[in-house]
Design a binder for this molecule. Structure first.
Ligand code: R1P
Ligand code: URA
Length: 295
């Protein structure tokens, strides 16, 4: 644990605490948060994770944020849904960090830094021949098309600038689409969670499911060849394996805040073969079990 020296007072409008002492969006109180956190997009997936718990401590619901804290084989774990998108990750990460590191009574930082371990279990679209539906993918790096980290001063420190430059050059990135950044997962956590049963690679986290992931329905795209260029990109033996929508903001903010985070996803859309598994909800339980065992 690091010792902090920041005595900044966080006023009501910045650190928003409800009348019952819970944080504004998540509706959680500091004592309801475990050190190990499993993040999922879908609120129903929280119930799936918690169905494995030996004991449940609390269940809280507000908007898309569904939380259950409980115990799995002696480990205290919080399962929490983020809803869809990096904008929600900004809320979830800032509120989790506040629950862990700010004293709600004095509205100042606690003197000792508290690190959380955060594993996101998501669904994704596979982009490579070795990522058909059902594949589990762990994101070593996440290229953020979402732009969230660009609003934080530590953006360049948290981004893998060499990979960022190589990617932009390879695809001929059009800055009208915003500036992508590259967030890094926690290496130790990757080694702990991602066994031989997971492909390790680069993920692209998008600010949308359609245009930003190259899905064209009625609207033409800014760069119609972008997915082809993404699929052919290679960096130090790594390829872009998948698209999802949260891993960049999660990894980037965790790095800046001093938490350990990573994302693993199950492929449900095979973008190459143009196939989709809409009946995936039971299958993702296998990934949930792996993470619960290893976290
Ligand atoms: C889009 O359908 C959603 O699915 C993926 C994307 O990241 C996005 O949130 O993850 P989840 O299944 O965890 O929501
Ligand atoms: N989630 C995504 O973001 N994209 C997909 O193609 C499938 C799931």
């Amino acid at each position: 644990m690091n010792t902090l020296t920041n005595n900044t007072f966080y006023p009501e409008s910045e650190l928003v605490i409800n009348g019952d002492g819970s944080i504004f969006h998540l509706h959680l109180k500091p004592e309801q948060l475990a050190d190990k956190v499993i993040l999922v997009g879908d609120p129903d997936r929280v119930s799936l994770v918690a169905s494995h718990f030996d004991k449940q401590e609390c269940e809280v619901n507000n908007r898309e944020f569904h939380t259950i804290t409980g115990h799995y084989h002696g480990k205290r774990i919080t399962a929490l849904s983020t809803g869809i998108g990096c904008d929600n990750i900004d809320i979830v990460m800032n509120e989790l960090d506040a629950l862990a590191n700010i004293d709600f009574k004095t509205r100042t930082e606690k003197t000792a830094h508290h690190s959380l371990t955060l594993v996101r279990i998501g669904t994704c679209g596979g982009l490579q021949p070795n990522t058909p539906t059902g594949t589990f993918i762990a994101s070593l790096r996440s290229i953020g098309f979402d732009g969230l980290l660009n609003f934080y001063a530590g953006r360049d420190k948290a981004s893998d600038l060499q990979l960022e430059a190589a990617f932009k050059k390879h695809v001929g990135w059009n800055l009208k689409m915003g500036n992508p950044y590259v967030a890094c997962a926690d290496n130790n956590l990757i080694d702990q969670i991602a066994g031989d049963d997971m492909v390790r690679g680069i993920t692209i986290a998008c600010g949308g499911f359609f245009g930003p992931q190259g899905r064209k329905l009625r609207l033409p795209l800014m760069d119609p060849d972008l997915n082809e260029k993404i699929e052919s990109f290679e960096y130090n033996g790594l390829h872009v394996d998948n698209f999802e929508m949260e891993s960049s903001a999660l990894a980037g903010l965790a790095t800046l805040m001093g938490h350990h985070a990573m994302t693993c996803c199950m492929v449900i859309a095979n973008r190459r073969a143009k196939k989709m598994d809409t009946d995936y909800k039971g299958d993702i339980d296998e990934l949930v079990t792996l993470v619960l065992e290893r976290i």
